[in-house]
Write a protein that binds this ligand. Structure first.
Ligand SMILES: [Zn+2]
Length: 375
């Protein structure tokens, strides 16, 4: 990795004052802090790069050396106290450097980590997608999901970390330009857990964990929706030593129903009837989530009529009742009539019963459209 000029990294001029250098670094440290950018490798690299640059520019000797020789200074910048190791600093060094950046005695670990005793480490979360049919959503479903997760290998053993003696922290005295400072940092050996692997199970990683396929039974509540996430606590990746497992996050994917459209707890069904059924009355079959319903068409039904089947929608996931199924009926205007059919209609073209006679209760077109879209 080629090293950038520390002045360039911090965005300061060559003649910048110590205070300006400190301010510039503080800004970058806050911006790229790993707590603010979890899992973002690029941000972590920037964070480390800024810390390395500051390590040089905040130290009068190193700064003078760099100004004269650049990165190729005789003896390099490594090994000089603060733990600046060629490729960059480790996180603990960076956090301990914070003492003089943010003022006060800033304990190791940086932000948001517990002090005292090994910290509890949580395994990472697993995320899976789960496809559900409308019927499963309506009734709730019990599913078995296969996941591959990290578990503690059989035979992996953990013991107290020899570096920190199990406390998860190390103390060190460091000289900064503000004077001698004692800092408490997360143990670099165990990462703060207080324990390390003493015996690794065959095939396990450096934490004594192995990948294993497991089947997790889960109960999906009724009424879930596309994109919803169910957190099953403790079913994610296991953590080494005394850590607790992460969570299993199940993201819902809805399989589209061939005939019913979903809008929250409301279901919509659209169908066409022919002219004769609309005029004379009839009945139609409406698909339900489970089964079918027969619905009556009153004689003289207008195109665009919506019928409401109460309680035939979907249950609310929050137990706020069950929605309705709206049946939207359109009258199909024939498009390919035979000679004979045309002759029949022609006969009635001007007869009184065929003339439009809308009443006040026949809603306007725009009102019906509004109803169709749910408000
Ligand atoms: Zn340790």
């Amino acid at each position: 990795m080629s090293k950038r000029d520390p002045y360039e990294v911090l965005g300061v001029a060559r003649n910048a004052s110590a205070d300006e250098i400190k301010k510039a670094y503080r800004k970058l440290a806050i911006k790229f802090h790993p707590d603010k950018n979890p899992g973002d490798k690029a941000a972590e690299e920037k964070f480390k790069e800024a810390a390395s640059a500051y390590e040089i520019l905040s130290d009068a000797d190193k700064k003078a050396k760099f100004d004269r020789f650049g990165h190729n200074a005789p003896g390099g910048f490594g090994g000089g106290g603060g733990g600046f190791h060629g490729g960059g600093m480790n996180m603990d060094d960076i956090f301990s450097q914070f003492g003089d950046i943010f003022g006060g005695h800033f304990g190791g670990g940086g932000f948001g980590q517990q002090r005292g005793g090994g910290r509890t480490v949580k395994g990472s979360n697993l995320r899976v997608r789960l496809k559900l049919t409308l019927e499963e959503i309506a009734n709730g479903a019990e599913k078995k999901i296969k996941v591959t997760k990290l578990v503690r290998g059989k035979g992996s053993e953990y013991g107290n970390c020899s570096t920190c003696g199990g406390s998860g922290q190390v103390r060190r005295v460091q000289s900064t330009f503000l004077g001698q400072m004692q800092t408490v940092t997360t143990c670099p050996t165990c990462g703060g857990i207080g324990q390390t692997v003493s015996k690794r199970a065959p095939g396990s990683d450096e934490h004594g964990l192995v990948r294993e396929e497991v089947v997790v039974p889960i109960k999906m509540p009724a009424g879930v929706e596309e994109g919803m996430q169910l957190n099953i606590s403790g079913m994610g990746n296991e953590a080494p030593a005394g850590g607790v497992p992460g969570d299993l996050l199940v993201v819902i994917e809805e399989e589209p129903h061939p005939e019913l459209k979903r809008d929250g707890t409301t279901l919509h069904y659209e169908t066409f009837i022919n002219l004769a059924d609309a005029a004379l009355g009839s009945s139609i079959e409406v698909p339900l989530v489970s089964g079918k319903a027969k619905v009556k068409i009153e004689p003289g039904m207008q195109s665009g009529t919506t019928m409401r089947l109460r309680g035939k929608g979907l249950p609310s996931v929050n137990h706020h009742g069950t929605g309705d199924l709206l049946v939207h009926v359109m009258v199909w205007t024939p498009t390919d009539l035979s000679k004979e059919e045309k002759a029949v209609l022609e006969k009635f073209r001007n007869s009184p019963g065929f003339q439009p006679k809308p009443t006040a209760k026949d809603k306007g077109f725009f009102e019906r459209v509004k109803e169709m879209f749910g408000n």
